[in-house]
Ligand binder design. Sequence first.
Ligand SMILES: [Zn+2]
Ligand SMILES: [Zn+2]
Length: 204
Amino acid sequence: MCKDMSPLELAIQFHGHICPGLLMGVRAAQLAMDQLSLERDRDEDLVAIVETDSCGVDALQAILGCTFGKGNLIFKDYGKAVYTVIDRSSGRALRIAQLRRASGGTAGQRYRELKGRTDLNQAEQEELEQALQDLFEEIMTCPYEELFNWKEVRVDLPPRAHIYNTLTCAGCGEGVMEPRAIKSGDRVLCQPCFEVQKGGNTDV
Ligand SMILES: [Zn+2]
Ligand SMILES: [Zn+2]
């Protein structure tokens, strides 16, 4: 990770494009850093619990270093733009709930109108580009209060990521992490092979 990049640049590079949802995530990450007095490069101590899997989560991964692969990003599939950021070292946790859709502000209104149409002429196409720029600007500059509700909460910290033994599945021969392996009689199976076996049994 390049330390010279701004949080915004990190997020755009990680996500692959710039979009209103990503920018909401950038603001949420900044809010967490402000409120929890976090510094960059302390990401081993941070955990993020995210209740959505949309664009904004990538900003939290890029900026806070809470990533799927490190095990300090916990996904709860609630379909809510809510992020809880926990600092293990201080024990503090901030729950951030997004108040509006990314394109829900005044600048977003024209953007949504134009974006929904397929018959844009050249002038309208340019207007759409401008509306999007205005929306980006609005999200990045408007007060946190217009974007989020937030409060400190108590969270029971999840255990740190573990390294588990790898067992060999008797069905496919591939490795499977021990806590995810399923004992079936005297055989050890991975979940997909177990499902197949189960399906096979009920079909008979
Ligand atoms: Zn996006
Ligand atoms: Zn298998």
